[in-house]
Unconditional design. Structure first.
Lengths: 328, 195
């Protein structure tokens, strides 16, 4: 039975996410091929460095994924709240989860005054949704706006964004470690190199150079992916609550709040930036070229982009249904 | 959510399951025989009203449809529309306490009208109220997205629920109705209209 749906998929966003992932995969394959090439050149110290970097990088990524909920809660100083302690908040999350047919994440509150929210955890059973006291009490959000924010965060959980971003970052982590290892082995291993080991003098800088290039490219791609996933979460969240207007006004309020907060508070929150509702730290980008550069590096799309997309959904919801196949 | 949806960061709206709702009348008979709880005759449908005119139009149509047979035998009272503090809209349908078949038919009419209009994903839950001789309150809540029922028995004025009674009801009806096995999804609906 073809179910009648009113939701037109956002093909543009799908294409952009696919292209980003494809490029990341391409860099990954090229990098692995290069590393295997270097390792099969039977150079012991090079192979060892690569192996150690892969094990360390993979290990640390796995640990951070596995404990992502605990790490994030600890970093934010948040504590879990029971339905008795925060009945309103739980009530909203309960209903949204029932509407979306998803497992309910644990709910936590962080003491920060900055209005923000994040969701993290390796899978839907182990995820936690955290909001700051600033968002709940000091941001002046109405219940509908708060609901929009929570729906955005629940969409991150549904999209398994923590997992996807961890896997996507794996390459950058390994490449970053390789740069460091190769650098140290150049520094400290240089004296031990004999005359027959002339290859090493060439190979280790080569690993370093390749790693730097891979790190830079994958860093940019990951940031790009992160921005697309924010847009995807905005979209899913707005479609879940069917109230894009509330999400727009929440975004505007929260973003204005961000600009008013003193900097030392912001710096303390930087480590959680990628999972936040709105970025806690603004990159020091000025006008013109500076602004576009900061847009390239930031984990979140600009407020304008997010509002533009939500306005499109707003229009779609207001349109009269044109037939049994929905809008398109 | 499939693998591809995860990779692409998109969610498909979840369509509601409506059919299991029709198990209610026979379950109500069984519930009364085993626990003494009788239907009060009122039930409600809760959904998230989207912004925009298309939905407002459909909601108006539904109300007109339901109120057409007012006053006739089995027609019941006019439908009440309320918006709760969480922003969900509740349509409360009231019948005589022995007309649970008519009640379920009315609730289903609301559901199918919304689904036909393409608003199926907006349905949250439906609730049918029961009470016993000592005026304890109980409701059976139907979760559209899961197609399952769970009991909700509020206690007193505060936010307390009678878990023992709820589990008793699950024991009585567990074989007849499709019950929600995951207890974490038995979410409370304090102060729900029609309770």
């Amino acid at each position: 039975m073809a179910t009648h749906t009113r939701y037109a998929p956002d093909r543009g966003l799908t294409v952009r996410i696919t292209a980003t992932l494809f490029l990341l995969g391409l860099v990954f394959v090229a990098f692995v091929a290069l590393l295997i090439g270097i390792m099969t050149a039977a150079h012991a110290s090079g192979a060892a460095i690569i192996l150690v970097a892969v094990i360390f990088g993979g290990g640390s990524a796995f640990i951070s994924l596995f404990y992502s909920d605990k790490i994030a809660l600890a970093a934010a100083g948040a504590h879990e709240v029971s339905p008795q302690q925060a009945p309103e908040l739980h009530g909203i999350v309960d209903r949204l989860c029932a509407l979306a047919d998803m497992d309910k994440p644990r709910v936590a509150i962080a003491p920060a005054r900055m209005p923000n929210a994040f969701a993290t955890g390796r899978n839907s059973k182990n995820s936690v949704l955290c909001v700051t006291e600033g968002l709940l009490y000091h941001s002046g959000l109405t219940q509908e706006e708060l609901e929009g924010v929570l729906a955005h965060e629940l969409s991150h959980v549904a999209h398994k964004d923590v997992q996807v971003m961890t896997y996507a970052s794996l390459l950058a982590i390994v490449a970053g470690l390789l740069v460091r290892f190769a650098f140290y082995s150049e520094l400290f291993g240089g004296g031990r190199r004999g005359g027959d080991n002339g290859q090493a003098a060439l190979l280790i800088p080569l690993i370093m150079l390749a790693s730097i290039v891979v790190y830079a490219i994958s860093f940019l791609l990951i940031r790009l992916l992160s921005r697309y996933r924010e847009l995807a979460a905005d979209r899913s969240g707005a479609l879940l609550t069917q109230n894009p207007s509330a999400l727009i006004s929440a975004l505007t309020k929260v973003s204005q709040g961000m600009n008013r907060i003193p900097t030392q508070d912001l710096r303390a929150a930087e480590s959680l930036n990628a999972f936040y509702f709105a970025p806690a730290m603004k990159l020091a980008g000025g006008r013109g070229g500076g602004a576009s550069l900061s847009a390239l590096f930031s984990t979140h799309p600009s407020l304008d982009k997010r509002i533009e997309q939500l306005t499109k959904i707003q229009r779609e919801l207001g349109q009269v249904d044109s037939g049994p196949r929905g809008l398109r | 959510m499939g693998f591809l949806d995860t990779i692409l960061g998109r969610t498909k709206p979840v369509q509601p399951k409506l059919d299991d709702l029709f198990g209610l009348p026979s379950a109500a008979v069984q519930l009364e025989a085993a626990t003494g709880f009788k239907p009060t005759g009122s039930g409600s449908v809760s959904f998230r009203a989207p912004e925009g005119k298309p939905f407002a139009d459909i909601q108006k149509e539904v109300l007109e449809l339901l109120d057409m047979d007012n006053g006739k035998p089995g027609g019941g009272l006019p439908v009440e529309v309320t918006k709760d503090s969480y922003g969900y809209t509740w349509l409360v349908v009231s019948h005589m306490s022995d007309e649970i078949d008519a009640l379920v038919t009315d609730l289903h009419a609301v559901n199918s009208a919304l689904v036909d209009g393409g608003f199926g994903p907006q349905l949250l839950c439906t609730l049918v109220a029961f009470t016993d001789d000592s005026h304890r309150r109980l409701s059976l809540v139907y979760l559209y997205k899961r197609g399952t029922f769970y009991p909700f028995a509020p206690l007193g004025g505060g936010n307390n629920r009678d878990n023992a009674l709820e589990l008793q009801v699950k024991g009585v009806l567990g074989d007849d109705l499709k019950f929600e096995q995951d207890l974490t999804r038995w979410f409370p609906v304090w102060g729900a209209p029609g309770l």
